[in-house]
Design a protein around this ligand. Sequence first.
Ligand code: SF4
Length: 63
Amino acid sequence: MAEIVIDTYRCSGCGTCAEMCPEVFRMDNMMEKAELVTVAPQITDAVYQAAAFCPEKCIAVSP
Ligand code: SF4
């Protein structure tokens, strides 16, 4: 099953992923890091796009 992993150590909290793909990513306001909205989200093109635009390159999508 496809999987999305956010390396929260490298995440700068910029919010780009949550802006580009809010159905999958959201910001944890306490930690100022990105997190997944659901445990096993559907991998859409928007997910790949958000990963590509992540300035820290800390979103990994495994097929
Ligand atoms: S785009 Fe990357 S660095 Fe920015 S909040 Fe999302 S995971 Fe973190």
